[in-house]
Design a protein around this ligand. Structure first.
Ligand SMILES: Cc1cc2nc3c(=O)[nH]c(=O)nc-3n(C[C@H](O)[C@H](O)[C@H](O)COP(=O)(O)O)c2cc1C
Length: 198
């Protein structure tokens, strides 16, 4: 697959199974992630590569963060008790999330103070890294899906991953092998998103 085919055909794969990228392919993914546009060469990102037992650790972090969140929210509403059923349903759901693929790469920022490079640019660069790794995975025959959701913005999740205060999770990149031949989505028309100044 050449680069243009890759860019024009890329799409996400929500359902993924084993195998995860092997060691050589993972190196390629991470190298692609490091290769992105990077104002002042700050490398303002960090990758947690999570697989095997690590997925259970991530699941535990999700469960703990959700429990805390529910307790805090309930505490804010005077007299409201915890809805055990709703809590258990939610916990069961978040506990399963990391197992949607055999590998998850968490892409977070590692902001560097710089007079010419605001945090906004550094977050964009971290996003580019996520995209580059997804493209590399696709080119190597794997499937991947970039997800966030409320847990990406949860302070306990960030703490569990030892992401330094003030930083952000740009995404959870789920990577594995597609379970079936993908249905190719039609291309999006660009006409409404472009203007030409000539
Ligand atoms: C920053 C970011 C966060 C995303 N978070 C989610 C998510 O939490 N859940 C989800 O279903 N899709 C999420 N998406 C969208 C999917 O990754 C995917 O792009 C979308 O399902 C469209 O599919 P496609 O990539 O095949 O066009 C996110 C995309 C980005 C860029």
């Amino acid at each position: 697959m050449n680069a243009i085919e890759l860019l024009l055909q890329r799409q996400s794969t929500p359902i993924l199974t084993e195998p995860a990228p092997n060691e050589a392919d993972l190196k390629t993914l991470l190298s692609a992630g490091m290769r992105v546009p990077d104002h002042a060469g700050l490398k303002p990102w960090y990758f947690h590569v999570i697989s095997g037992q690590g997925l259970q650790r991530l699941s535990d972090i999700f469960v703990e963060a959700t429990t805390l969140d529910m307790a805090n929210k309930t505490g804010l509403i005077e007299g409201a008790g915890i809805d055990e059923h709703a809590l258990n349903e939610k916990l069961a759901k978040v506990a399963k999330m990391p197992f949607r693929a055999p590998m998850v790469i968490v892409i977070s920022t590692r902001y560097v103070e710089h007079n010419k490079v605001p945090d906004q640019e550094q977050l964009v660069a971290a996003g580019c890294a996520a995209q580059a790794m997804q493209m590399a995975a696709f080119a190597l025959g794997y499937g991947a899906m970039w997800r966030t959701g409320e847990l990406a913005y949860n302070e306990s999740v960030k703490a569990g991953l030892e992401i330094e205060e003030g930083n952000e999770i740009a995404g959870f990149l789920y990577i594995g092998t597609p379970t079936k031949e993908p249905h190719i989505k039609p291309a999006k028309d660009y006409q409404g998103n472009v203007s030409y100044w000539q």
